[in-house]
Ligand binder design. Structure first.
Ligand code: ZN
Length: 499
């Protein structure tokens, strides 16, 4: 298109008239915790939250909705400055009537049922969650703990976190302390400046995820009007830094204007109705612990799909995770199956994969690509693993060499993964212009149903590299979902270029 001069002027004046202020970027801080430490310590605290608070099981429709909403927001969250790792965000619902939410270091986010019940639309609820995600991205908990570490350095980090967060040690148990976990957490961790930063980054995430960013300030204003400043835990945990509405609105003005930002969805309406119908426990009842006997609440985290701490390097494992009694249907959007692709370029190859998926690299060089929630401490339930099998000495020269190398690799994988079996012959393929084989295997998914691992379908692709070594990709999904993921897996394989 040729721009005539007056069009050019129009463009220039538009550029000039945009605000001169840039949007808020995630900030960094001095932090004594490594990312794996932070994740490990956060997981310990998460286990204690489950022990001390009534957390809905992952199979609960409201919990499922919160996980999906969380995954949508996480896809638009920036990485933490100065770290390459991706936080294993996971989302949980506490059956507490307090209007509150809190984030643990490493990415476990808890939203109270009372908050979901009080939200007027999805943008408001997403605003609270984006604010909590922002605390994780900017590592506020561990930054603040790092500042105090000279006082506490003799303690194990986990005991520091859990005793402070949960009122343990001399102060006694959470119940004896008689105060809400969230209140305790923010008492230690969140300064006014932390809150301001989480608001500013939060509205950016909200907007990038396609929501009306005004959802965040609206929710705070709504509950303030309804309950007063002291009436809702969310407000006392998130003290109004004074000119919140003013600075949040100024931040929103720096964000791209959207024609039709999401304010509400049918999924919210359904989940909200469901949440209103569920019983939210008053604080006193939470503290007595009597709810533990009901058997209604989850006994621990890792309820399945949406915990993604350290992805295992093996395509399937025989270890177990506790599981929901019923499994959620495949959510294409949460798994990023219909979204944009992005590029991965490492010294030995390039490929493309769904932009929403999280990449992590092991020290060995093995790379896993996992949709939000697709992996957990017990293995990868959905995703891809890309690795290299060096062929010292001989190197692969022809299809017989590739066949031998593939046979050796399959044997190794089968030996390392209990229950893994080859189920088909080698299928000749061409990948990146190179000779390749496809092999189907079955295994045991880390996902379970009624205590038994779901059958898993693994698709192995081996590629004869120009340098004689073997590149391979393993695509992983529960058998019931494999056909739905196959087009995405094929697209990744088709983009693979050894170099
Ligand atoms: Zn906060």
């Amino acid at each position: 298109m040729h721009l005539r001069p007056h069009h050019l002027l129009l463009v220039l004046s538009l550029v000039i008239s945009t605000p001169a202020f840039a949007r808020f970027e995630a900030v960094t801080c001095k932090n004594a915790f490594t990312v794996p430490q932070e994740i490990a310590e956060g997981n310990k605290v998460a286990a204690q939250v489950y022990a001390q608070m009534p957390v809905l099981p992952d199979s609960d429709p409201v919990a499922r909705y919160i996980r999906q909403l969380g995954a949508r927001l996480v896809a638009s969250a920036p990485p933490s400055p100065g770290t390459r790792e991706v936080w294993p965000f996971n989302f949980h619902v506490v059956a507490s009537e307090e209007i509150n939410a809190f984030a643990l270091p490493g990415g476990s986010i808890f939203v109270n049922l009372g908050t979901i019940q009080a939200a007027g639309n999805e943008a408001q609820l997403a605003g609270v969650m984006a604010h909590e995600i922002s605390h994780v991205v900017m590592r506020h908990s561990t930054c603040n703990l790092s500042k105090q570490q000279n006082k506490q350095v003799l303690y194990g980090l986990g005991s520091v976190l859990s005793s402070v967060l949960l009122g343990g040690g001399a102060a006694g148990s959470l119940a004896q302390a008689g105060i809400g976990l969230g209140q305790n957490l923010d008492f230690l961790h969140m300064s006014r400046d932390d809150e301001r930063q989480a608001d500013l980054l939060g509205v950016g995430i909200l907007s990038d995820a396609g929501y009306d960013p005004r959802g965040l300030p609206q929710f705070f204003e709504t509950i303030q009007a309804k309950y007063g400043a002291g009436g809702a835990q969310l407000l006392s945990d998130h003290p109004n830094p004074g000119n919140r509405t003013q600075y949040v609105n100024a931040e929103i003005a720096t964000l791209p204007q959207r024609a039709n930002p999401t304010v509400n969805t049918a999924a919210f309406a359904t989940a909200h109705t469901q949440a209103v119908g569920e019983r939210a426990l008053p604080a006193k009842e939470v503290q007595t612990g009597a709810w533990k006997r009901s058997g209604q609440y989850a006994s621990g985290p890792n309820g399945g799909l949406l915990t993604t701490s350290t992805p295992a390097t093996q395509p399937a494992t025989s270890s177990t995770v506790s599981t929901p009694p019923t499994l959620a249907p495949l959510d294409r959007r949460a798994l990023g199956l219909d979204g944009a692709m992005t590029s991965l370029a490492v010294p030995r190859y390039t490929l493309r994969y769904p932009a929403q998926w999280q990449k992590s690299q092991e020290a060995s060089g093995s790379i896993s690509l996992i949709p939000p929630g697709g992996g957990g401490p017990d293995g990868i339930a959905y995703g891809a693993l890309v690795d290299l099998a060096p062929q010292p000495g001989k190197g692969i020269a022809d299809s017989a060499g590739l066949s031998d190398a593939t046979t050796t690799l399959v044997k190794k994988l089968v030996a390392q993964n209990s229950g893994l079996q080859q189920t088909g012959a080698f299928t000749p393929l061409t990948v990146g212009g190179r000779l390749a084989y496809g092999v189907d295997l079955t295994g045991r998914s880390p996902l379970q149903n009624a205590g038994a691992p779901l059958p898993e379908h693994d698709w192995l692709i081996t590629v004869a590299r120009p340098d004689g070594d073997l590149s391979y990709l393993v695509f992983i999904a529960p058998q019931r979902d494999f056909a739905n993921l196959k087009p995405t897996f094929s697209a990744i394989a088709a983009s693979f270029q050894p170099r």
